[in-house]
Design a protein around this ligand. Structure first.
Ligand code: ARG
Length: 457
């Protein structure tokens, strides 16, 4: 048995066999496919549709096939259309007639829907672990550099001082929401489609609840057409993965920037950098660059599957076989990115001296000066304008705020006094003592809360 040819009098064209086959990529579903078939055979026997002896033969045969595949002894034949046919035909080869009964009350349409749901459930669980591992690495780096100050930016211009830990915790939050997205979508993946048959349900007295229990699903699908025809559960994973990769890609961009000679905020561990084939001095942030690049591919898979699905009439259409390569690639890309990022982030050496020096530039305390004037009774808008003029004066003279005399200050506003000297980076950080702010004591609390969220509290 290869491609199903019962109604045909001649074999398929060789190129057609190749073109329509999914075996080269859906062989990854072998574990899910075998688990589904074992549950199905057990259920058929319980319902008296096949005998207990037949079910036992089928189960034994399938388990043997799993071992064959895992030991690399299974022969994936080019003439097999997909993993479902490959396993079934091997089973028949092994156990004979009983094997021919396995496909009773089942279609490859509900079979593949089941396999993909099982695969996606596992992928989502692995993703949650991957996210947690990466979040722990962020926390590790934040804790190890608890007191490091750096410039915060808006429009990529120096804005206000922030703690590096605060900056890293921003990514922690993004990943926390990513995590919630995956937890949420698991609910909708966790639906057992077997029993939907080709499209209309099956004409046997089967026990779908039993199948769900055997296979670890909490729900059974309510509509057979929907169960075989939609792939929204894959789209949701891909969308959540796209958002997560977007977050990782933004951090990647910052890591690339921070490791330039111009910024020089961090040093990547040698294990996470690569050299140039021509320029001996180069230490390239390839991991970060590639993560940024792979993000595009993940978006591509999402758009590809959305496009594949958008015009399909109910129920199953072969177009849907195109869901797999993109989905597997998204899962592999996200999981490997999370894992390699955890290692890269954990081993980053922060150059706190340089980040502190960077904070001295760009009149970063200008907002604090304005807030100071507000404290003296000026309106914020007036204070903003006064400090604006002061900055332009200082820039023209090539002076920092500290190099400006109190008399010079007073020319801009009589409200300035000696106490303006108390404004420094530390006072600026301390002042931002709001929930979610960068004041060191708030960041300390935030770190403790974050630790709890990843089970390190
Ligand atoms: N290889 C197919 C897929 O991946 C399995 C379902 C095939 N069903 C069918 N009627 N051709 O979608």
């Amino acid at each position: 048995m290869s491609h199903i040819r019962g109604r045909f009098s001649k074999p398929a064209d060789k190129l057609v066999t190749q073109y329509t086959a999914s075996l080269p990529f859906d062989r990854r579903l072998y574990r899910q496919d075998i688990a589904g078939s074992i549950a199905h055979a057990k259920m058929l026997a319980r319902q008296g549709i096949i005998s207990a002896a037949e079910a036992a033969k089928i189960t034994g045969g399938l388990e043997a096939i799993r071992v064959e595949i895992e030991q690399g002894k299974f022969e994936f034949k080019a003439e097999q259309e997909d993993i479902h046919m490959a396993i079934e035909s091997r089973l028949i080869e092994q156990i004979g007639e009983a094997g021919r009964k396995l496909h009773t009350a089942r279609s490859r349409n509900d079979q593949v829907a089941l396999d993909m749901r099982l695969f996606a459930k596992e992928a989502a669980a692995d993703t949650l672990n991957g996210i947690k591992g990466f979040q722990r690495a962020l926390l590790y780096l934040a804790e190890a550099n608890r007191d490091t100050v750096m410039p915060g930016y808006t429009h990529m211009q120096i804005a206000q001082p922030v703690l590096l830990a605060h900056h890293l915790l921003a990514y922690f939050e993004m990943l926390q929401r990513d995590s919630e997205r995956f937890i949420d979508l698991i609910k909708r993946v966790d639906v057992m489609p077997l029993g939907s048959g080709a499209l209309a349900g099956v004409a046997y007295d089967i026990d779908r609840e039993f199948l769900a229990k055997e296979l670890g699903f909490s729900k059974v699908s309510r509509n057979s057409l929907d169960a075989v025809a939609d792939r929204d559960f894959l789209l949701e994973y891909e969308a959540a993965a796209g958002i997560c990769m977007m977050h990782l890609s933004r951090l990647a961009g910052e890591i690339v920037l921070w490791s330039t000679a111009e910024f020089d905020f961090i040093e990547l561990d040698e294990a996470y950098a690569t050299g140039s084939s021509i320029m001996p001095q180069k230490k390239n942030p390839d991991v970060a660059e590639l993560a940024r690049g792979k993000t595009g591919r993940v978006y591509g898979s999402l758009i590809a599957l959305l496009t594949t699905m958008k015009g399909l009439p109910l129920a199953y259409n072969s177009d849907m076989q195109e869901d797999k390569e993109g989905f597997f690639d998204v899962v592999d890309t996200l999981l490997s990115t999370l894992e390699v990022f955890a290692g890269m982030v954990r081993t980053i050496k922060v150059k706190s001296g340089n980040t502190a020096k960077a904070v001295e530039r760009g009149y970063i305390l200008a907002t604090d000066l304005a807030d100071y004037l507000v404290g003296k009774g000026e309106s914020f808008r007036a204070a903003h304008e006064i400090v604006g003029r002061l900055v332009s004066y200082a820039a023209e003279k090539g002076k920092t705020f500290a190099e400006i005399s109190i008399n010079e200050y007073k020319k801009f506003s009589p409200s300035f006094g000696e106490d303006v000297r108390k404004i420094d980076v530390k006072s600026s950080l301390d002042a931002r003592n709001v929930i979610g702010g960068t004041a060191p004591k708030r960041v300390k609390q935030a770190l403790a809360e974050a630790r709890k969220l990843v089970g390190e509290g």
